[in-house]
Design a protein around this ligand. Structure first.
Ligand code: IGP
Length: 263
């Protein structure tokens, strides 16, 4: 069993006593009064720069513990630096986060926030909406029904980032016209990284493309920008230091190369 199978198995267990029906109405009511809709897409539509998405990721299956900073500290940094959108892991067991961290993040910033998790039930989308998230991640091969879940996100006014890693993944989802595709440079099978995944797949992506995982240096970010990424998502490298000035410096450096007028 690979790590994603394990995560999904664990997730099913955690969701056992939850029913989407319990919070469905509440989420729809919330969405009907919320006028801030599709904020990820709105940001991506501004072509003056490639967007920088930074992630709150306390731990991961490949790295173990990543950061000891609190979610409050991290979001404060992301809120006050040129980060365009924020991603918050909510997976409990392998990434050591939780849904409360998403709630906290949304309260602490006006920037659009993505719920990053292994979404296997509509319950998790309603929950994200009720926390004030602007987007959710739908992973092809993990999400049980990309078409239905995309429609649900649309009804609720939030963006979905449909995550793909292979051309087959893209072929699976393309008929549902996803507005944002996330190319994961990390192979879930062995957790290896290859930024060329973005290069290989970019020509098959009709709308917005976010390149995810494995970005370390400005050189990497520039490469992905040149491959056509509309957004670059970084977790581990941005949180490598526990020192606020160092994190700020890293963010400024990366955003600098993502501005279109830099070579
Ligand atoms: O820490 P990195 O290599 O910068 O990667 C961030 C992000 O792309 C990664 O956390 C991620 C991409 N897709 C996911 C799906 C679930 C959990 C996590 C992820």
């Amino acid at each position: 069993m690979n790590v994603v199978d394990e995560i999904v198995k664990n997730k099913k267990q955690l969701l056992k006593n939850k029913s989407a029906d319990e919070i469905k109405q509440k989420a729809h009511d919330y969405a009907s009064t919320n006028d801030k809709k599709f904020r990820f897409q709105e940001k991506l539509s501004d072509a003056t720069s490639t967007k920088l998405i930074c992630e709150y990721k306390p731990a991961s299956p490949s790295q173990g513990d990543i950061s000891t900073l609190s979610v409050e500290d991290v979001i404060e940094i992301y809120d006050t630096t040129p980060v365009d959108m924020i991603s918050v892991l909510t997976e409990e067991s392998y990434f050591k986060s939780n849904i409360e961290n998403l709630k906290k993040a949304v309260k602490l910033t006006d920037k659009p926030v993505l719920r990053k998790d292994f979404i296997i039930d509509e319950y998790m989308i309603y929950e994200a909406v009720l926390c004030g998230a602007s987007a959710v991640l739908l992973i092809n091969g993990v999400c049980p029904d990309i078409e239905d879940y995309l429609n649900l996100c649309h009804e609720l006014g939030i963006d979905a980032i449909v995550e793909c890693h292979t051309l087959n993944d893209i072929e699976d989802v393309i008929e549902y016209d996803p507005k944002i595709i996330g190319i994961n440079n990390r192979d879930f099978k062995d957790l290896s990284i290859d930024l060329e995944t973005t290069k290989k797949l970019s020509e098959y992506i009709p709308n917005y493309m976010i390149s995810e995982s494995g970005v370390k240096t400005e050189h990497d970010a520039r490469k992905l920008r040149n491959y056509g990424a509309d957004g670059v998502l970084i977790g581990t490298s941005v949180l490598k230091s526990n020192e606020k000035p160092e994190i700020e410096h890293y963010i400024n450096k990366i955003k600098h190369v993502l501005r279109k007028n830099t070579l």
